[in-house]
Design a protein around this ligand. Structure first.
Ligand code: SF4
Length: 191
């Protein structure tokens, strides 16, 4: 999703298998092995991969790389996970048992002032000077905490590896979808 499409492919929003592999940092063989279900035979001698249009991007790092504005709400700010054990967490990926549900009943919206929620909103020190920090905020705090590295940049961040390529993403009109506001994921249309 990071390279310009060749002019003959752009109107069709199709890319060659080789381009798709390159965009995913895979060899063509690797792409065929892992993503064979995405490859379409478009003529007797040509195969292609259809690009999807994004309806919503909740993943902070992907939002930033796609040049989208910061997301409102999200983990640590406006979503609360209630677990089957009757505990609360700031994020579905947050490790540990969580705080007792009573705390949410007592505090209501002020649950976001508790330590786990503050941690989920925290920005890693190394991210403070990053030009994407306003949107990315250090990436997924749950992922960082799972790796015991809540004060490190998101492990999927390629900026820290010196790769600042932008993602080329085609957005379409958003629509009401369950959990759209709390899901750190990318939702795309089928073609
Ligand atoms: S350095 Fe930090 S703020 Fe910048 S893109 Fe990476 S994770 Fe996000």
């Amino acid at each position: 999703m990071t390279q310009r499409l060749s002019s003959d492919l752009e109107p069709l929003r199709k890319i060659s298998v080789q381009e798709a592999a390159s965009l995913n940092n895979l060899s063509e063989d690797g792409f065929r092995r892992h993503y064979g279900h995405l490859i379409r035979q478009v003529s007797p001698r040509r195969q292609a991969v259809n690009l999807a249009d994004a309806i919503a991007i909740g993943e902070p790092l992907v939002r930033a790389m796609a040049g989208l504005p910061a997301r409102r709400g999200g983990c640590g700010a406006s979503t609360v996970r209630v677990t089957p054990r009757a505990t609360v967490q700031p994020c579905v990926y947050w490790p540990g048992g969580g705080a007792p549900l009573d705390l949410l009943l007592d505090l209501g919206p002020d649950i976001t002032n508790t330590d786990p929620f503050a941690q989920a909103r925290g920005v890693p020190s190394a991210c403070k000077g990053c030009s994407y920090v306003g949107t990315c905020g250090g990436g997924c705090a749950g992922r960082r905490r799972l790796l015991h590295a809540v004060d490190e940049p998101d492990p999927y961040c390629r900026v820290v590896r010196g790769d600042c390529r932008k993602l080329k993403v085609q957005m379409v009109r958003s629509r009401e979808l369950p959990k759209l506001e709390s899901a750190c994921t990318t939702i795309v249309t089928a073609r």
